[in-house]
Design a binder for this molecule. Structure first.
Ligand code: 5GP
Ligand code: ZN
Length: 111
């Protein structure tokens, strides 16, 4: 329904590209970043194709809050909650965004 052709994250979500989901529900999936910037680097990705934070609609509120609550849960699952971690969105090219399907980065696990 929201599948956008040639979007790599849509292909991952639709299992056209094999990928291990660390968590999935009706709204989102979580998988490891292919080029990790830290010992733990997860991507929290809504199933709905949304280009970036700029493109969020009022109706997406539940998806966004679900992404953040999921980040909290994944931090605990990967045992970085106490040591600490970073959550970030890159927004558009100047903000470092390379994949134009909304995703929240979770990085942590440094010594
Ligand atoms: P952005 O710069 O758009 O915020 O982040 C995109 C992230 O997606 C990058 O950290 C990049 O390493 C990751 N990535 C790109 N292609 C793939 C892929 O095919 N599989 C996975 N698991 N991660 C990817
Ligand atoms: Zn997409």
């Amino acid at each position: 329904m929201h599948h956008v052709q040639d979007c790599i994250f849509c292909k991952i979500i639709n299992k056209e590209i094999p990928s291990e989901f660390l968590k999935e529900d009706d709204e989102l999936v979580v998988f490891k970043d292919i080029h990790p910037l830290a010992p733990v680097h997860l991507l929290i990705v809504p199933r709905k194709h949304i280009r970036s934070i700029n493109d969020l609609l009022e109706e997406d509120r539940a998806v966004v809050s679900g992404m953040i609550m999921t980040a909290k849960d994944m931090a605990k699952q990967f045992s970085v909650d106490k040591s600490g971690y970073r959550l970030f969105f890159n927004v558009e090219k100047g903000g470092g965004q390379e994949i134009f399907h909304l995703h929240l980065h979770l990085i942590g696990g440094w010594e």
